[in-house]
Write a protein that binds this ligand. Structure first.
Ligand SMILES: NC(=O)C1=CN([C@@H]2O[C@H](COP(=O)(O)OP(=O)(O)OC[C@H]3O[C@@H](n4cnc5c(N)ncnc54)[C@H](O)[C@@H]3O)[C@@H](O)[C@H]2O)C=CC1
Ligand SMILES: O=C([O-])CC(=O)C(=O)O
Length: 310
């Protein structure tokens, strides 16, 4: 059977961890591409050496040349500047918009049918740009928004209750940013048991706050850069859901055309991921307060979009 191929554009911290997670799952052949000479080649070679341990049976290539990415099933965009303490994700906008435009243009030349997964920040805006620039149908352009926030929320709940994180279901939708994400605490549960039956209000509020600030908490500890283990793990999980047609539910950034009453904007809502990317957008019932938060998130994304040329 022909193996799948995933190209990761941006062989920095997140790109390398995505590659490592894919190799450990033997999920696909991997191309690591970067503008920096030697970095993708060196990381690909180092990762190749782990093949006997990871039981990886495919090809790993490091390159500076897009021809190597030809016929990729998935193109992951991890190219872009990460933030440092004191910066917001929005501060990355002008630099990363140009990088995303260029990456999409190059990648589409060689893999016009790929699914694009955008990771670089501000991710909701860059996913919107990748959608517009690529000309792909919206189900093939997916942003890592909400998903990382969700696994952070799940981990914090698991710690507080004292259960396996695998048993926690919790979702964050909206935009990927402290003030514009919407942790759906009302629906969070441990094997079907509502978290409100397991944790008191004050603990839940602390968990919600920590989830909103989790990215910044990592940045403040690392000092020179942002998170990479959590992002790398969840990107690989989403990729595997697509390649193996798993029909798994994730929140992910997608261009909305009226769902949740939102038009012409990209932000995270629950979707089913499988063959060809997003198979379905799930429209769940939200409370009036949640709807207002989601619309405020859309407004914030639209304001960022208005500040750049599309
Ligand atoms: N959506 C999310 O939840 C998350 C998003 N991020 C974002 O992902 C991006 C990458 O983060 P890191 O890997 O930590 O950064 P990094 O600085 O370690 O790596 C970025 C890489 O992109 C490369 N690059 C820059 N311009 C390029 C271009 N035009 N073509 C190809 N490669 C190019 C750089 O040479 C560098 O190796 C950042 O924007 C960060 O904010 C990071 C974590 C989570
Ligand atoms: O915090 C950042 O800048 C990187 C990111 O999006 C995250 O870790 O959530």
């Amino acid at each position: 059977m022909k193996r799948h191929k995933v190209s990761i554009i941006g062989a920095g911290a997140v790109g390398a961890i995505v590659a490592q997670n894919l190799a450990q799952r033997d999920a696909a052949d991997i191309v690591l591409l970067d503008v920096a000479e030697g970095i993708p080649q060196g990381k690909a070679l180092d990762l190749l050496h782990a093949s006997p341990i990871y039981k990886f049976h495919g090809v790993i290539e490091g390159t500076n040349d897009y021809t190597s990415t030809v016929d990729s099933n998935i193109v992951v965009i991890t190219a872009g500047m990460p933030r440092k303490p004191g910066m917001s994700r929005k501060d990355l906008l002008s630099t990363n918009v140009n990088i995303t435009r260029n990456v999409v243009h190059e990648a589409m030349k060689y893999s016009p049918e790929a699914v694009i997964m955008v990771v670089a920040n501000p991710v909701d805006v860059l996913t919107h740009i990748a959608y517009k620039k690529s000309g792909l149908p919206r189900n093939r352009v997916i942003g890592l928004s909400g998903t990382l926030d969700s696994i952070r929320l799940q981990s914090f709940i698991a710690q507080a209750v004292g259960v396996s994180a695998e048993d926690v279901m919790a979702m964050v939708i909206g935009a990927h940013g402290k003030d514009n994400m919407l942790p759906l605490m009302r629906l969070a549960n441990v094997c079907g048991i509502p978290v409100k039956e397991l944790l008191d209000e004050e603990t839940l509020e602390k968990i919600e706050k920590r989830t909103r600030e989790a990215g910044a908490e990592v940045v403040s500890l690392l000092k020179t850069r942002s998170a990479f283990y959590g992002p790398g793990a969840i990107v690989a999980e989403m990729i595997e859901a697509i390649l193996k047609d798993r029909n798994k539910v994730f929140p992910a950034a997608v261009f909305l055309t009226g769902e949740y009453g939102i038009q012409d904007c990209t932000l995270a809502v629950p979707v089913i991921l499988g063959k060809n990317g997003i198979k379905k957008i799930l429209e769940i019932n939200l409370t009036e307060e949640e709807k207002a938060s989601l619309h405020a998130a859309a407004q914030a994304v639209k304001e960022m979009l208005a500040s750049i040329e599309l």
